[in-house]
Design a protein around this ligand. Structure first.
Ligand SMILES: Cc1cc2nc3c(=O)[nH]c(=O)nc-3n(C[C@H](O)[C@H](O)[C@H](O)COP(=O)(O)OP(=O)(O)OC[C@H]3O[C@@H](n4cnc5c(N)ncnc54)[C@H](O)[C@@H]3O)c2cc1C
Length: 269
């Protein structure tokens, strides 16, 4: 582990772990630690003085990148770049391809995307929707050691944990639909991911509908009728205005995206 004590201006101490174990040790219980994955969000926060951490842990050399398969189980390391997900099946591959542009996707990581704080001006953390629909579990470290939990639970406390990897069972079918704008540095105003599991369960999740990705249980319950499911999805979310779209616009477009995903899932099954 390399300690660089006097990097300025934002950080008191910078630590560069060279293994997952060193990263877990460096993170400890997380107090006063700021993690840097690809840094596309957090380095700007430091440069603009929005945060001034006493300890920065750079994860780029911690060996957390990689996609592993064990039969139908897929495990994706937190250090994997967003770009590396693009070849994967829907909803994950198309969702990753929809994140920003290639420069950001090459630099940005799965961990940074899933753990991004609420953006305020723009939604971020697009991969949350795809991984929630996949029913992913998150393995992470923190004050109680290393543990695995459903991603939904992890997201509620993601700012207290070091994410190590996410795992899910390959779905029988997946689909992704989003609002898109023709702009290179695009953020996604609204997106819906859907999955049909090998056991026949249907799961839907959305991003751009609140502080972080949300499952859409009412829409799932009404999935046999895509139009009704689209309307039902509005009961699952807390829509807001931001720099990309108004709550009104999202209210009118979320039902359409839900319908599209359900139709695509039906076609793919
Ligand atoms: C021009 C531009 C366009 C963008 N467009 C999109 C978009 O379309 N969709 C989208 O979702 N995002 C977008 N982003 C935001 C961002 O680039 C991506 O979300 C990216 O994947 C973040 O990953 P990162 O590794 O760079 O995060 P970082 O900046 O390294 O970290 C982000 C947050 O996650 C924490 N963190 C990082 N790794 C871990 C870990 N392993 N465990 C726990 N916490 C961790 C950090 O401490 C920080 O709080 C865009 C950014 C820019 C600049």
């Amino acid at each position: 582990m390399t300690a660089i004590p006097d990097v300025k201006p934002a950080a008191g101490e910078v630590v560069i772990p060279t293994s997952a174990e060193e990263a877990v040790d460096a993170f400890g219980d997380g107090s006063g630690v700021t993690l840097v994955g690809g840094g596309t969000i957090v380095l700007a926060d430091m440069n603009y003085g929005r945060i001034a951490p006493s300890r920065v842990v750079l994860l780029g050399r911690a060996g957390l990148a990689g996609i592993a398969r064990d039969r139908s189980q897929v495990t994706i390391g937190a250090g994997t770049s967003v770009q590396d997900l693009i070849g994967l099946a829907a909803p994950l591959g198309p969702c990753a391809a929809n994140v920003a542009d290639i420069e950001i996707r090459l630099q940005g990581t799965v961990g940074g995307n899933l753990c991004a704080g609420a953006g305020g001006e723009v939604p971020r953390g697009d991969l949350q929707g795809a991984f929630l629909a996949l029913g992913a579990t998150a393995r992470s470290a923190g004050d109680d050691g290393i543990g695995t939990e459903p991603l939904e639970e992890f997201l509620t406390r993601r700012d207290e944990r070091l994410l190590l990897d996410v795992s899910f069972e390959e779905p029988a079918a997946g689909a992704f639909a989003s609002l898109s704008r023709p702009h290179t540095h695009d953020y996604t105003a609204l997106a819906v991911s859907g999955v049909r599991t090998p056991g026949g369960e249907l799961r839907l999740a959305a991003t751009g509908v609140g502080s972080w990705g949300q499952r859409l249980p009412s829409a799932e319950a009404a999935a046999a009728d895509p139009e009704q499911a689209g309307r039902a999805a509005l009961g699952d979310v807390d829509l807001r205005d931001d720099a990309l779209a108004s709550a009104w616009y999202r209210e009118h477009t979320l039902p359409i995206l839900v319908q599209r995903v359900l139709v695509r899932l039906e076609e793919a099954t």
